[in-house]
Design a protein around this ligand. Structure first.
Ligand SMILES: [Zn+2]
Length: 204
């Protein structure tokens, strides 16, 4: 049974690694943002409630989010486990996540300068919302295949990224402490496949 919490700052590559783990282990991978969108799309009562909350510009409470996760974790595809991407990210979410116990907590560590480098070159398409990288040759105002133009979002500036990385560290460090001996730190510097190998090793 693999009940894996995958933690890591923005730019740690954990989304990609979550997908690879899902394919390798035959278990679903999801993050709370995805679950929220799925819940709303399903037309459930809880989804309708979330839609209303978000429309008013408010945040879904930790209790409601945990309720949604609880429902997801009883679906039959999780019988061999799951990969939970980026949750719980603070002590309040940790407290709300009291209905299941992860078997493995993998923390992908990436030095702040490396995260800044990776995230600082991120561009978003104004047309379709797709995300791309300057490292791949894209430049602001270049056209996307959809006809829209690439641009750098305000929250992808170095200052905004630094601030988010600081918040991540401050909020998640106590969560990592709570999980104690279940936690394995993985060095997130290297190619996607190299980091994946390190994660598989940490799961053994
Ligand atoms: Zn586009």
């Amino acid at each position: 049974m693999y009940k894996i919490l995958l933690m890591g700052s923005q730019g740690s590559g954990k989304g990609t690694q979550a997908e690879k783990l899902s394919a390798q282990l035959g278990i679903p991978a999801f993050g709370m943002g995805q679950l929220l969108r799925d819940e709303i799309a399903s037309g459930s009562d809880l989804g309708a409630k979330f839609e209303g909350i978000l429309k008013r510009g408010n945040l879904v409470s930790d209790e409601d989010a945990a309720q949604m996760l609880k429902r997801r974790l009883v679906k039959p595809d999780t019988h061999k486990g799951y990969v939970l991407d980026g949750y719980p990210r603070n002590l309040s979410q940790y407290a709300a996540f009291d209905f299941d116990t992860p078997t493995h907590v993998i923390v992908i560590d990436v030095p702040r300068e490396e995260s800044l480098k990776r995230l600082g070159g991120r561009l978003t398409c104004r047309g379709c919302g797709k995300v791309g990288a300057m490292a791949d040759g894209l430049k602001p105002d270049d056209p996307c295949v959809c006809g829209g133009k690439w641009f750098q979002r305000d929250d992808d500036t170095p200052e905004a990224i630094s601030r988010r990385l600081e918040i991540y560290e401050k909020d998640t460090t106590p969560v990592i402490v709570k999980y104690g001996s279940r936690v394995k730190h993985v060095d997130g510097v290297g190619s996607v496949d190299e980091v994946f190998e390190k994660i598989l090793h940490a799961l053994r």
